[in-house]
Design a protein around this ligand. Structure first.
Ligand SMILES: [Mg+2]
Length: 260
C-alpha cells in the first residue's frame, strides 16, 4: 500500500473524474485478479490427468470444485480450519465426488500440484492494470475483499498492482464480509471519504453490488459473463475492463447518474 494520500491530481491527458468523486473501491478476485483463469487451467490439467475423473465432464468437475471452494472458504474464514487443511480436504472431497477415496497424504500431493499450476497461471483480468493506472493519482483507490490479507497482498503483487492502492480492506481484518455494510464502512474510514464520494466496482451481484448499495455507495457491476442483470436501476454494468477509457467512462457515468 502506498503512504498517506497526495492531493488528488489529474495527470495530463487523463479524463478527469466527475466533481465529487474522490475514491474508487474494487473487489479483487475476478474483478482485478483473474482467479477464474488460473483455476480453470489448474483444474483442467488435473481433470485430464486423473483417471478418477474419466466419468465426469470438466464442467461438472468445475461446478463441484467451485462449490467445495466456497464451502471450505467459509470454514476457513470462520477460523474452523487452517488454509492447508482447507486445500487438502477440498481435494479429498473432490476425489470422493468423482468416486475415489484418497488418503489425506494423497490429497495433499494433488493439492500441491493444483496449487503449482494455479500459481503458474496467475494474471490480471484483461484491462485491469491499465484501468487502475488511469485512476491512480486522480482518485483514491481501495480494495474490499472477502478473503485473507496475506493472500490478497500476494495476488496484488503477482499482477503488478502493489503500491497503487491506498487501502486493502479484507474480511479477515474487519471481521465482517461483504455484503455487510461494516466492511464498506471500514474502507470509507481508511480512505477518509464519505459514502457519496465513492464508486464500488465488483463482479459479485450479491456481495459487491447489493453490499455497496446497502452501504449507500454507487455501484458498478463487472458482469464479465454477460449474465442477465437482476436490476439495472441498482448499478451501471461493465462487461469488460478494456479499453480502459470505456471502463473509466462507465465508472464516472455511474457516479454522475447517482448525482442527478
Ligand atoms: Mg469477486
Amino acid at each position: 500500500m502506498k503512504g498517506s494520500a497526495a492531493h488528488p491530481r489529474v495527470a495530463a491527458g487523463k479524463t478527469p473524474p466527475p466533481e465529487g468523486l474522490r475514491a474508487v473501491l474494487f473487489d479483487l478476485d475476478d474483478t482485478l485478479y483473474d482467479h477464474a483463469y488460473a483455476l480453470n487451467h489448474a483444474l483442467r490439467s488435473l481433470w485430464r490427468e486423473e483417471p478418477a475423473f474419466r466419468h465426469r465432464t470438466l464442467d461438472a468437475a468445475r461446478a463441484e470444485y467451485a462449490r467445495l471452494l466456497e464451502e471450505f472458504h467459509l470454514r476457513l474464514m470462520a477460523g474452523k480450519i487452517t488454509e492447508n487443511e482447507a486445500r487438502v480436504r477440498r481435494f479429498q472431497a473432490l476425489f470422493r465426488w468423482a468416486g475415489e477415496e484418497i488418503s489425506l497424504r494423497d490429497a495433499r500431493v494433488k493439492a500441491l500440484t493444483y496449487r503449482r499450476l494455479y500459481l503458474e497461471h496467475q494474471r490480471p483480468v484483461p484491462g485491469a492494470v491499465a484501468l487502475v493506472r488511469r485512476l491512480a493519482g486522480s482518485v483514491r483507490l481501495g480494495i474490499v475483499s472477502n478473503n485473507r490479507t496475506r493472500g490478497q497482498l500476494d495476488k496484488l503483487r503477482s499482477i503488478g498492482l502493489t503500491g497503487l492502492f491506498d487501502v486493502l480492506i479484507t474480511s479477515e481484518e474487519v471481521g465482517a464480509a461483504k455484503p455487510d455494510p461494516e466492511i464498506f464502512q471500514a474502507a470509507l474510514d481508511g480512505l477518509k471519504v464519505a459514502r457519496d464520494e465513492v464508486v464500488m466496482v465488483g463482479d459479485s451481484w450479491p456481495s459487491d453490488v447489493l453490499g455497496a448499495r446497502a452501504a449507500g455507495l454507487t455501484a458498478v457491476w463487472f458482469n464479465r459473463g454477460a449474465f442477465p442483470n437482476p436490476d439495472p436501476s441498482l448499478a451501471v454494468e461493465l462487461t469488460s475492463l478494456r479499453p480502459a477509457s470505456s471502463a473509466l467512462e462507465a465508472i464516472f457515468l455511474a457516479y454522475r447518474l447517482e448525482e442527478d
